[in-house]
Design a protein around this ligand. Sequence first.
Ligand code: HEM
Length: 268
Amino acid sequence: MPEEDRSLKEQEQFRERKPLTEQKAGHDLHCLAPRFIMGLLIAGARATGTTASWLMTYLGGHPDWRSKAAAEIEDLLASRCSSPISSPTHETPSAGSPSSSLSAQLASIPIGAWENETPVLDALIRETTRIAQPHTAMRRNLGPELYINNKIIPTGAYVIYPFSDVHLDPEIYPDPWKFDPGRKEVTHVPFGYVGWGGGKTVCLGTRLAKLELKLVTAMFVLGFRHFAVDKMGKPSNPLPAPNWNDILLCRPPVGSFKLKYERTSRQL
Ligand code: HEM
């Protein structure tokens, strides 16, 4: 509204208003804690949950990788678990012995072992975040203006970067939609994998997220037998591909497959 159209009181208020930066600083400080918590919840829960769902889906359609993951966790239990180990596949453990539950056994494995002695789980997580995390990074150029691929990026402009540009590029990842945790890590292309971010903005929750994913996988592959099946209950082949247009969850068409599962005799 032009200043001359305002009432005298409004004009006075308008002139006395605090500079925008000052108003904003107050507002930002006021909102910082809730924003931070909401940000962490969204960053953490959304990405970890969807990655875990897709990881279980892929394992349900790739029994070979499922077995490799199970074997790796059994080895880890055998070498690093300090809780009494009940029989892996048979015998119901005695009631009232929570320390022999699978969760207690997994919890007794040192974090360092989870982080450094699980190459199969690492490969599974890497391949899942490559193929089923439809992230788009956004950056603002704070100045000065710069060029990317001969295009000018003015000061203040935003640059949007979809991870599909690299994660689904057939020249970097041949047959990019194929779930293949056995792929060699891409080292010949800078930023050839950005599943946890890149440059100055890397995921601050990477260690927590990986640990959570490994524990979920361990509980699932040792506590259940599961398979991806179609509407007829037959093995789902091929598995539905993640939908990158569903920017949050990557969900495939509703009802395109199900996960069929049965419990093992292991006490969870
Ligand atoms: C599978 C799980 C996760 C994946 C794939 C993931 C991925 C990412 C990616 C790609 C970025 C960079 C975003 C960008 O460049 O725009 C990022 C940033 C971030 N992530 Fe995660 N994340 C996961 C879980 C978590 C968890 C569990 C937390 C915390 C509890 C978390 C906290 C953050 C934070 C705070 C940032 C912003 C870092 C910054 O701005 O410097 N993330 N994450």
